[in-house]
Design a protein. Sequence first.
Length: 334
Amino acid sequence: MATISDVARMAGVSTSTVSHVINGTRPVREETRTRVEEAVRTTGYRRDSLARALRRSRTDSIGLILTDVSEPAFAAMARGVERAAMGAGLTVLLANSGEDAELEARALEVLAERRVDGLLIAPVARSHREAITAVIGQGTPVVLIDRLGGVKADQVGVENTAPMRELVLHLVERHGHRRIALAAGDTGVSTISERRRGYLEALDEAGIDVDDSLIVTGSGRADDTRERMTGVLRQQRPSAVVAASTETAVGVLAAAKGLGLATPEDFALATFDGFPHTDLFRPGITAVAQPAHEIGATAMELLLSRIDGSLTTRPRTIRLEPEITYRESCGCPA
């Protein structure tokens, strides 16, 4: 393996000059820079990132723990994190917790052992919060992403309660629905709990009594929601259904297909999160779209400010505004 001395010898410069060119730590004449870069290419020299990290007490890496990166919202958040991290010269180590508290705790342990410079975490429903607190106590900066609350740390997410209230009130006031079901999923997840609150606030504002049989909870997985919603749609079909997540929306659509029902002919449908390219669905699906990419990028920028010490104030909570688009699935014209 080529060494920095090999590069210096071929370029006819000192090893410190090679270091300045590679690391950008000091201006170097263009002619000299060109010789060094050519020598790097010829020798195949690769910087020893591990040795550099040990000298700086940094690993130039951050950990990102998500519950399921295959979900559209989390995938977009991951892309936002990655782009901001790459811009800062950091590597992202990704772990999926699978909505499992034990897997999340193990991921925290492994990433802490790798001495990542910081952590971004979307906590699971019944997270071992003491494990997150312990990592913070060891001096590792942590930012909670998407799912907020429960830990004294920086947090970046989206407004959930008000948009859900607005969505339900639209169904009531614009389209006259009064039997509105909620495909909630796991209310132990903070975002789902906040969206359920918005649903309840809308019913209260509209003077509609809450019918607990129309609130479908459970694991939040698509298959579980499909099974539970099949019973609701078959026995006491609501005139409208609001899904609290992409997974529960998939469950609702699967249940409707199994029963031969369609939207908006048989019941109106609206969802929080929705799907990529929702406007291409026929009928188009009414959805609350959160700025997931921006959430990831904002969380990464906040983490960077903690890592480099430019932000030393008490933990901050940032909530971004989602955007509601009304389409044919709830009865709006195309």
